[in-house]
Design a protein around this ligand. Structure first.
Ligand code: SF4
Length: 404
């Protein structure tokens, strides 16, 4: 069914009874012909601008604990049984967490998302996150902290809240009707329970989904309406990264236009919520990343938990070139941020060129990998062969500077 998307946006903007997008509207967005993509984006962009102007919220991930998870989420490179050659380490120290978070904040992020693998935190893990949060809040005025530690038990959300944690992320990932096909070691209800605990403790709820897991269009709509019912403040939309060594290693169901339609549907259904383009942005949206930001209003800067994102400077250029501003930064601050990154990149390129001549690997320097193919650098960016996720080998848990 094709509908008038501009009329739908007008109806939603006007408010009042029956103004909200229905499941049928959402399905129509998802199933719109590619030729109508720009009409869709223009219509949903009206909602985006109404609530968020041209700002983009920049978030930064710090993977506190990588791999070694006993859960079997089939999509996850950190799951039990995953043979993806990811970094594996236990909790970062407070000092390393501060260093990693600081890189993201200096890179333009306003929210630090501290994530740890595992079914859920022990009380000792909560002690560590409390300490890290207090240190972060002391050192970086105004920083927003989001924790993502898995399933919460009694009293843990309250302890995080008391320490100054602002938000808690726990994704529903997919529709309830599809959940048990993608993980068997915990239930959809377990996930809903944790989101409820976070909300009850006064933490801002962040919950989203992963598209491309074999779900139907109707199940994507089901998942989004579940998020709407949960009234989560932020909705990260991930696109499956099919890591080699996981059950989904050869699953490629998404196209760039499909991804834009999923984000557009999210904007129509949850017009005033933070819609974040999360993992898989580069792999799946490809040249439509900036187009997608006309409906979404939030991204992760730099790298993901176990894979590398595009260079942070490329993220910043994309925002600037498309007329967006960074939430929390004025024009001068944004210009200065880009100038600093460009200077660092130029210095790094000089260092790497000298390595190409001397064939001495640098191993550090400006740290994000020059990508100039000098061949002498141990941190040159790995090529994304066959458009596969590139395993993260910098930032948290390594000696190599972060991509931020
Ligand atoms: S998504 Fe979280 S709980 Fe599931 S396997 Fe990965 S790290 Fe473990």
């Amino acid at each position: 069914m094709s509908i008038d998307f501009n009329a739908l946006a007008t109806r939603i903007l006007d408010g009042g009874p029956d103004s909200e997008a229905t499941e049928a509207d959402a399905l129509a967005v998802l199933q719109a012909p590619d030729l109508e993509l720009m009409f869709l984006v223009a219509a949903a962009g009206r909602l985006r601008r109404q609530h968020f102007g041209n700002t983009v919220k920049v978030n930064y991930l710090v993977n506190l604990k990588s791999g070694l998870c006993p859960e079997n989420c089939n999509y996850c490179s950190q799951a039990v049984g995953s043979e993806a050659p990811i970094l594996k380490y236990s909790y970062l120290s407070k000092e390393e967490t501060l260093e990693q978070a600081g890189a993201g904040l200096r890179g333009g992020a306003t929210r630090v998302c501290m994530v740890s693998s595992g079914r859920g935190p022990s009380n000792r893990d909560i002690d560590k996150v409390v300490e890290m949060t207090e240190a972060l809040k002391d050192e970086y005025e105004g920083v927003e902290v989001c924790a993502c530690l898995g399933l919460l038990k009694d009293g843990q959300a309250e302890r995080l809240k008391d320490a100054g944690v602002d938000a808690y992320n726990h994704n529903i990932n997919t529709a309830e009707s599809h959940h048990d096909n993608i993980v068997q070691t915990h239930t959809y209800e377990d996930r809903i329970d944790t989101i409820g605990r976070a909300k009850s403790a006064g933490l801002s709820p962040c919950s989203g989904l992963i598209a491309g897991l074999g779900e139907t269009d109707e199940q994507l709509v089901e998942a989004l309406f579940a998020l709407k019912a949960l009234d989560t403040d932020s909705i990260p939309v991930n696109f499956l990264m099919p890591f080699d060594g996981t059950p989904y290693e050869n699953t490629w169901e998404l196209s760039p236009t499909r991804c834009v339609k999923i984000l557009t549907m999210a904007r129509f259904v949850c017009p005033d919520k933070e819609i974040r383009i999360a993992g898989g942005r580069e792999l799946h949206l490809r040249t439509l990343q900036a187009t997608a930001l006309h409906v979404a209003n939030s991204i992760f800067l730099g790298d993901y938990l176990t894979s590398e994102g595009q260079d942070a400077l490329a993220d910043l250029h994309m925002l600037r070139d498309n007329g967006f501003s960074i939430l929390g930064l004025d024009d001068a601050g944004f210009a200065e941020l880009i100038a600093t990154h460009e200077l660092n990149a130029a210095n790094a390129a000089t260092v790497h060129r000298s390595h190409a001549v001397s064939t001495t690997p640098c191993g550090s320097s400006a740290g994000t990998g020059c990508g100039d193919g000098c061949g002498g650098c141990s941190i040159a960016q790995a090529p994304a062969e066959d458009n596969k996720p590139v395993i993260r080998a910098r930032g948290a848990g390594t000696e190599v500077a972060a991509n931020a």
